[in-house]
Design a protein around this ligand. Structure first.
Ligand code: ADP
Ligand code: ASP
Ligand code: MG
Length: 418
């Protein structure tokens, strides 16, 4: 017998028929002799709909009330799944974030989980009851509802799995695993049998939304075994233990499984960044600090940064990227400080995309970046900024060239499947 946390995403929970299918998958898992807890997302599209209501109410909405509104999508699906399970004859009940409780800090709309009281949950599971937990939500120590940031149900599932010391956390979604790149963009994307935590963390953080970044770092820290698999399976499909999804594994485990590791594991695209350029800044100590200090203080995450070579007049241009959702605030902050920073013009462009190639093989192989630059150049794709880490190279390009760039690179690194 194993203890398994099963998480179902928005597409899997979108409507009565789909929830019924989910209930059958859960029932089969329990019937196989396992203790199960289930974490669910809101129905696909629901969270977007709720976010829009908040924006319409007040563009500068109170984040605490935003959380009250957007957390409701998961309340609906957790109650519905419990009902569907009961209809199949299973013992089941929902546990809302404040009931367990799932404790978070009070950073509304992007709260972090601080701990989960698992005692009642464990007792319920041990009695054969299926616990259904709404993802994405928690409660602050002030007793207010919080949410974990978009895609946060993945993190809820991993946190629940860690709290109940589950043998596995199965993330059921609308694709049957983690692919070399988004299979909805590149038909020749290949499914990965295994991917390391580290690679998955990089892939998620550069735009592979199949798992929320924080769910991967939490799984890595807590040693939770995570598997990504499809909920779109037939009633006579094999049990989850034998379904070929993607298993997230440690580096050492992968060494044992796969001697012939690929140089590049995956490619991701992210259209959620905007590029800002400040021209003709004085080339002197402190100039860059004057730009990024205020942005950091405002909690704005700067990603790529380039400072051009100083021109002969002792002036330089600085280009950087921020999340599109923070662009307006960034521009306002820098406009206010125009004289202190001392720039000539501020240019902004949100029609950019960041393309990243990720793979631990890069550590031991030279030339990965060169292949990327050459392949993009051959197709006339201009690179506007570059950043690298030990296992990743990212470039910023025109948004219109996103799909082309991902396809070209997928072929260049010989990743194309059938
Ligand atoms: P859920 O609602 O189940 O949480 P998401 O929409 O958040 O599902 O994540 C699944 C989606 O992630 C897929 O439909 C796919 O388009 C996208 N995706 C992006 N990159 C990848 C990748 N490398 N492998 C698999 N799916 C990916
Ligand atoms: N429903 C939330 C969202 O759409 C959380 C999730 O689905 O993971 O972001
Ligand atoms: Mg998701």
């Amino acid at each position: 017998m194993a203890r398994i946390v099963m998480k179902f995403g928005g597409t899997s929970m979108a409507g009565t028929e789909r929830i019924r299918r989910v209930a059958r998958i859960v029932q089969r898992q329990q019937a196989a002799g396992h203790e199960v807890a289930v974490v669910v997302s809101a129905m696909a599209g629901e969270t977007d709909r709720l976010v829009n209501f908040c924006r319409e109410a007040n563009p500068l909405y109170d984040p605490a009330e935003y959380d009250v509104v957007v957390a409701s999508g998961e309340q609906v699906t957790s109650g519905l799944l419990a009902m569907h399970l009961q209809a199949l004859g299973c013992k089941a009940r929902s546990w809302l974030g404040w009931q367990l409780p799932i404790h978070t800090d009070d950073a509304h709309s992007k709260a972090r989980i601080e701990g989960i009281d698992a005692e009642a949950l464990l007792a319920s599971m041990a009695s054969g009851e299926i616990a259904v937990i709404p993802g994405f939500q928690g409660v602050s120590d002030k007793g207010r509802i919080t949410t974990l940031g978009r895609g946060g149900s993945d993190t809820s599932a991993v946190a629940v799995a860690a709290a109940v010391k589950a043998d596995r956390c199965d993330i059921y979604t609308d694709v049957d695993g983690v692919y070399t790149t988004d299979p909805r963009i590149v038909a020749k994307a290949r499914k990965l049998k295994n991917v390391t935590y580290e690679e998955m963390l990089e892939l998620a953080s550069v735009g592979s939304k199949v798992l929320q970044t924080r769910s991967v770092s939490l799984a890595m820290k807590e040693g939770v075994r995570v598997q990504v698999l499809s909920s779109f399976i037939d009633d006579d499909a094999p049990a989850a233990d034998t379904i070929p999804g993607t298993m997230i594994v440690s580096d050492e485990e992968l060494e044992g499984l796969d001697m012939e590791r690929q140089l590049i594991t995956g490619i991701a695209a992210d259209k959620n960044e905007a590029k800002v350029t400040l021209t003709r800044i004085a080339d002197r100590p402190g100039a860059v600090a004057a730009i990024f200090g205020p942005l950091a203080a405002a909690n704005i995450n700067v990603d790529m940064i380039i400072q051009n070579i100083a021109k002969d007049k002792g002036e330089t241009d600085v280009t950087f990227t921020v999340p599109i959702s923070d662009l307006a605030r960034t521009q306002a902050l820098l406009e206010e400080r125009k004289d202190t920073i001392g720039y000539y013009r501020m240019l902004a462009n949100s029609k950019v995309a960041k393309i990243s190639v990720v793979g631990v093989g890069m550590r031991s192989h030279a030339g990965v970046a060169a292949t990327m630059f050459r392949s993009l150049a051959d197709r006339g794709i201009n690179i506007q900024a570059i950043t690298t880490s030990e296992i990743k190279v990212s470039v910023l390009i025109d948004e219109d060239e996103t799909e082309l760039a991902v396809r070209v690179l997928h072929t260049a690194y010989e990743m194309d499947g059938e």
